[in-house]
Design a protein around this ligand. Structure first.
Ligand SMILES: [Mg+2]
Length: 176
């Protein structure tokens, strides 16, 4: 794995195939970022294709733990509403939260993948923890200030790399 590059890059969580990308690859545990991966920073909403994806993943036996740098109370109520465990105040890219999340799921490095929208937190943090990291495009352009600052740097690292699923809509993606 290239340390500063995601192992895979998708246009959205809904474009990750639960059957092909996760189950067939033996990846049964997903450590999932919250803001702009699952929930839009602009509206606080979870897009319907993402809601559907989460439901299908659960039905397929995929275990998910949210891993978020967010420290506000609403991230805990959000996890509760989704009925998912969470490690918040994660301090990504420090790797410790990934270890804590894997312990919550009884997961191993061999059957786990991290998915998030930020290279400098989600991807590097997962790689420091020794697990693969998949990057998704952020759900919207709204970010907290510290994130906005890092986006330019992240764009430079990604360069011309194109996300998988860019040519299909989120609705098509959810059917995969
Ligand atoms: Mg995020």
């Amino acid at each position: 794995m290239a340390f500063f590059q995601p192992d895979r890059y998708f246009s959205s969580l809904a474009c990750v195939s639960i059957q092909h990308d996760l189950l067939r690859a033996g990846l049964y545990n997903v450590l999932l970022d919250v803001d702009n991966t699952v929930r839009s920073r602009a509206t606080d909403d979870v897009p319907m294709p993402v809601i559907m994806w989460l439901a299908r993943a659960k039905d397929a036996g995929i275990r998910i733990c949210l891993v978020s740098n967010n420290w506000h109370a609403n991230v805990f109520s959000f996890a509760q509403a989704l009925d998912m465990p969470i490690v918040a105040k994660a301090c990504k890219p420090l790797p410790f939260a990934y270890g804590a999340a894997m312990r919550k799921l009884d997961a191993t490095k061999a059957d786990t993948v991290a998915i998030g929208d930020q290279l400098t937190t989600d991807v590097i943090g997962a790689h420091l923890a020794g697990i693969p990291a998949w990057l998704v495009m952020p759900l919207c352009d709204v970010d907290v200030k510290s994130t906005t600052f890092m986006r330019g740097f992240e764009r430079a690292l990604i360069g011309a790399r194109q996300p998988e699923g860019a040519s299909i809509t989120m609705e098509e993606g959810q059917a995969r």
